[in-house]
Each structure stands twice: as C-alpha cells, then as structure tokens.
Design a protein around this ligand. Structure first.
Ligand code: 1GP
Length: 248
C-alpha cells in the first residue's frame, strides 16, 4: 500500500498546485450512487478520497472503503469521527487532533484508543491539526465534539491555533466549518492562516459551488474538501476539478 500520500501532497503544494478531495460519508451511501460518484472522481482525477464523518451509524466504513478501492486507484484517506472509524483497507488516515477545542477525548483520548489498531495496520498516518469554525449553524461535528468552534471572524485565533498545531508537529491543518456548514470559511481567515503556515492547509465545510471553491483556493487553501455539495449535485465534482486545474 502506498505510503506516499503526504509526500505527494507536499510535492504538489511546493509546486503551488491546488488539490481537491471528495468526502464520502459511509452513512449516506447507496452502492449504485457511490459507484457513480467514484466514476466521476476517477474521470476528473481528484487527488484523494476522504471517508468518514462525525457520526457513522448504519454505514459500514469497511464496505465503503472496499468499494472505492475496487473501483479506483486514487488514494483513500480516513477522516474519522472517533477511534472506531478505522478501516485497515484504506491507504491512510488523517490522525486528527481537535486543536480548536479543549475536549481531551478529541485532543488525545480517541487517538490513544486508536493506536493499537493503527500500529498493526499499513495505514499511512498523517498527523492533522483540526479546527472547527462557526460558519452559521450548529454542525454535527460541533455537537459531537462538545467544543465551542472558533468564531467566524476570529481570524487571529484560527491563524494562531493553526500555527500552534504546526509547532506541535502536525503535518496538515484542516479548518472545517463542519459538514453542511451554511457558508465556507472566510477568505480573510484562510489567507491569514496560510500566510502564517509552512504546512499544507485543507479547507472544508459549506463549499457548494465552483465559484465558492475558486475563492477558497484564491484565498490560500491548498486542498479543498467537499461532501454535501457532491452528494446533492455530482456535477460539482467536475466543476471544482476544472477550477483546480485552472489554478495548476
Ligand atoms: C465536512 O469539510 C467537510 O467535515 C465537508 O463539508 O459536507 O459541507 O461539504 P460539506
């Protein structure tokens, strides 16, 4: 299994290229629809799949990862909501620490519980500082983590938190408005954070159009993640990949 996911991300970022990832929520997948989504992702060559979510109830992570691996050569990276959300069939995992919050379970607790399984797996482990920002609604991630998000306009707090993550050794920073956020992270927050950071910056939550994606890239995001937008309109995957290609 590839151990090159992070290496390839940094290579592209060094070349000032933009990356695009599609989040697959195992709870929302009907197999036929998932295959169609995978097909579009293959066609436009997204950079990687994310699989996960804050709460996964009836969905089966293993089956979802398996379906993607059977139908695509694009890397599959886990985006876990807790220590149970691990499939050893994936290629890598964003080993998230919720550094915008002060809940020990999401700073270190779940990570410790996941470690026995991770150490016997071949997953590429990518330490990721994760920040939740209030983008207008109480998202599931905010509820589940029981932490207050960073205020929408508190750019300094976001930038300093991200840089603290970098100083602590995180390899990526992911600023998230949460799944189904009303609006994307602001351009000002993205640009201030990016200007302080030497590691790649992922932005997700509430990106519902190619125009919004273009603004997020322009503000300084290295990687854009979409989830809900792609579920509602598969064409958005093609549209955002065109935006990405225009930057590259
Ligand atoms: C959620 O950033 C991801 O954690 C994607 O968000 O579903 O709003 O695109 P959306």
């Amino acid at each position: 299994m590839s151990k090159d996911i992070y290496h390839n991300i940094t290579l592209k970022v060094k070349q000032e290229k933009k990356l695009f990832a599609v989040l697959i929520d195992p709870d929302k997948q009907n197999f036929a629809e998932l295959l169609k989504t995978i097909h579009v992702c293959n066609k436009v060559k997204i950079d990687f799949f994310l699989v996960g979510g804050s709460i996964i109830t009836n969905g089966n992570i293993d089956n979802t990862v398996h379906a993607i691996k059977e139908n695509s050569t694009i890397p599959v990276v886990l985006f876990p909501g807790n220590h149970n959300h691990i499939s050893t069939k994936a290629d890598g995992i964003l080993f998230l620490s919720l550094i915008s919050g002060r809940n020990p379970d999401f700073l270190i607790g779940n990570q410790l519980l996941a470690t026995p399984k991770l150490k016997t797996s071949k997953l590429e482990i990518i330490p990721t500082g994760y920040l939740l920002v209030d983008c207008g609604n109480l998202t599931t991630a905010i509820k589940v983590s029981e932490t207050p998000p960073i205020a929408y306009n508190n750019n300094e707090q976001a930038a300093n938190t991200a840089l603290t993550g970098q100083y602590l050794g995180q390899k990526l920073i992911y600023i998230d408005g949460g799944s189904g956020a009303q609006q994307p992270i602001s351009n000002e927050m993205i640009s201030l954070t990016k200007s302080n950071l030497d590691i790649p910056l992922i932005i997700g939550g509430g990106i519902k159009s190619a125009k919004a994606a273009a603004e997020v890239y322009k503000a300084g995001a290295d990687i854009i993640v979409i989830g809900n937008g792609a579920e509602k309109n598969r064409n958005l995957i093609e549209e955002i990949s065109t935006v990405r290609n225009n930057f590259n």
